[in-house]
Design a protein around this ligand. Structure first.
Ligand code: NAD
Ligand code: G3P
Length: 324
């Protein structure tokens, strides 16, 4: 199975490296000409994954037509751009493995819904889990959820993408895998705020647990399975991104917690902090589904510029309630 990768950011590049680990040819489409040139000439993505020597069997291109001989396509553009990027690729009936984490602003669609609308003939899989790109690219052990309705396709994709350090776990819960990845980015911003505002380890642990309750409520309302939400793509990724400044979302939260404005923190950044885009649309989707998501609502207020002390105070002052 020849793999094509759509998106030459840190994660697309790390996944191309995984797919090429036995020297198999991999085609990587990147938007930035300098990324294409750097990978082909120096076998390095200087812009998004600097310092990682890439396999010589990865060929980068800026031409979508070069993806024509790939049997499966990994989609690794940021969630807000997946629709536009996919509409430029002739996909046909080839499987799309969605690796972006987010919900589309305006339409409130999960990335899988976006992909199915653009390419209704293509089977849709989701690859998600606790995966810092630089660790995967460095060959450190990593496990992910690979969710797809068709079990035979799931097996084929898992076998093709598995590597000694990269272990996919099969699932048929595509929606569950998507929701975990999208929601954890918003909760990671909240955990970063706790860190930036110096609120302590107890508060961070409480936020992870109550955030997970929030993710579970929303996921179940949207048809996700509880076992997926408590697995790698849900709780696993939540724990990772709520614990480390390696997370762009957590780091954004740290800045907000220190009192910096979201606009300043997001201005001119080349890398993507998906939670900033997902938070408002997740709050809308939660309201639509009648699901209470107080942490998500608090993140939205902080992104809009509300003072940290006021937002934290309001979160803690809500009426007491049962845990379950
Ligand atoms: N980096 C990680 O560790 C990691 C791990 C798992 C999942 N993801 C997810 O993968 C997705 C891609 O993130 P990344 O980390 O590879 O990106 P990145 O932050 O490294 O790079 C930004 C990417 O956005 C693209 N981009 C910017 N503007 C665009 C536009 N207008 N249209 C299309 N593309 C545009 C750039 O070409 C580049 O590929 C995100 O949804 C992210 O949540 C990232
Ligand atoms: O850097 P972040 O916050 O986008 O997180 C990267 C991955 O999603 C971690 O699994």
């Amino acid at each position: 199975m020849k793999i094509g990768v759509i998106g030459g950011g840190a994660w697309g590049t790390a996944l191309a490296q995984v797919a090429a680990h036995r020297g198999e040819p991999v085609t990587l489409w990147a938007r930035e000409p300098e990324v294409v040139a750097g990978i082909n000439a120096a076998h390095e993505n200087h812009l998004f994954l600097a310092g990682v020597p890439l396999s010589r069997s990865i060929r980068a291109t800026g031409d979508h037509a070069d993806l024509a001989d790939s049997d499966a396509l990994l989609v690794v553009a940021p969630a807000q751009h997946v629709g536009a990027v996919l509409s430029q690729v002739d996909v046909g009936t080839r499987p799309l493995v969605l690796c972006a984490k987010g919900i589309e602003a305006g339409t409130r669609r999960l990335v899988g819904e976006v992909a199915r609308a653009v390419h209704p003939q293509a089977p849709v899989a989701v690859l998600s889990g606790p995966t810092f790109a630089h660790e995967v690219a460095a060959g450190l052990p990593t496990a992910v959820t690979l969710a797809v309705a068709d079990q035979a396709l799931g097996r084929a994709l898992s076998e093709r993408l598995a590597a000694p350090h990269f272990r996919p776990y099969a699932s048929s819960d595509v929606v569950g895998a998507e929701i975990g990845g999208a929601v954890k980015n918003v909760l990671a911003i909240a955990c970063g705020v706790v860190d930036g505002a110096g609120l302590g380890q107890n508060a961070r642990a409480a936020l992870i647990a109550r955030g997970f309750a929030e993710m579970t409520r929303f996921g179940l309302a949207r048809g996700a399975r509880a076992e997926t939400l408590s697995g790698l793509s849900g709780l696993g990724d939540l724990v990772l991104t709520c614990s480390s400044t390696s997370s762009r979302n957590f780091s954004l939260g740290v800045g907000l917690g220190q009192g910096q404005a979201a606009a300043t923190l997001l201005a001119d950044r080349r890398t993507v902090a998906e939670g900033a885009f997902t938070a408002p649309v997740l709050a809308e989707a939660a309201a639509e589904a009648g699901v209470d998501m107080p942490v998500t609502a608090a993140v939205c207020r902080l992104l809009e510029g509300a003072p940290v002390a006021e937002v934290i105070g309001a979160l803690l002052a809500r009426p007491l309630r049962n845990e379950g």
